[in-house]
Ligand binder design. Structure first.
Ligand code: GLN
Length: 242
């Protein structure tokens, strides 16, 4: 009797271990889902280029993707503290950020652009001198705005607040990433994008400095996804060539 109970217990725990083992490890992605076409909320889902690429990486690594939506300037801290495993938010690789997190190989290039009202006299980045420029706090747009001579910087926690302020004439310009900028212009007929790009940048996936194994795995996945054309396919779905 005793023996059979022990056998039963052994079988139970083996079954349990199998069941537990089959639920794969989570890959928690920190993002700010107000940055179309890279990430935005659609119904109860977060959609866009970044979640789609992250899903393919998670599939390749046999992990379950979980997306956490938060303020852009909380993302790096979330990865550093282990609250999230990866930062994926149209996040530009910068030397300053590299002091706090590691970056994967880049998965796309991007640019900062200037949005103004269609009645504005601003035609080039130099014209921004002494004007009031809106940015989303903690972004590369925020960093570049600091270099504009005599400019007053208005920092918003969300891009769409900066866009509303611009549409209402409260500020003179917004510095934002090119593709989200195009989306914001398409939604606001009074706004236009200045042709000349401010900068050229690269987006990559942020990973904790402590998690080099994950970083290496992500880079290996990204390499495969680039070579198979999957990354271009996803980007092409959201960004139409001009
Ligand atoms: N690419 C910009 C940055 O990394 C903006 C990203 C964002 O607002 N999601 O700072």
């Amino acid at each position: 009797m005793k023996k059979s109970i022990i056998v039963l217990l052994a079988v139970c725990s083996a079954l349990c271990m199998c069941a537990c083992g089959s639920s794969s490890k989570k890959l928690v992605m920190a993002t700010n889902a107000a940055f179309p076409p890279y990430e935005s909320v659609e119904g109860d889902k977060i959609v866009g280029i970044d979640p789609e690429i992250a899903q393919l990486i998670a599939d390749d690594l046999g992990m379950e993707l979980v997306i956490e939506d938060m303020a852009f300037d909380s993302i790096i801290a979330a990865v550093q503290s282990g609250k999230a495993d990866i930062a994926m938010a149209g996040m530009t690789v910068t030397e300053d950020r590299k002091e706090n997190i590691n970056f994967s190989d880049p998965y796309t290039t991007a640019a900062q652009v200037i949005l103004v009202k269609n009645t504005s006299t601003v035609k080039t980045p130099d014209d921004l001198a002494n004007l009031t420029v809106g940015v989303q706090i903690g972004t590369t747009g925020d960093i570049y705005a600091e270099d504009i001579e005599g400019a007053t910087i208005e920092r918003y926690s969300k891009y769409f607040e900066a866009i509303n302020a611009l549409a209402q004439g409260k500020i003179d310009a917004v510095i934002v990433d090119r593709e989200p900028g195009k989306v914001f212009v398409s939604e606001n007929p009074d706004l236009v994008m200045i042709d000349e790009e401010f900068t050229v940048e690269e987006y990559a996936i942020g990973v904790s400095k402590e998690n080099t194994e994950l970083l290496n795995n992500i880079n290996a996945s990204l390499k495969k996804l680039k070579e198979s054309g999957k990354i271009d396919e996803i980007i092409g779905k959201y960004i139409k060539a001009e």
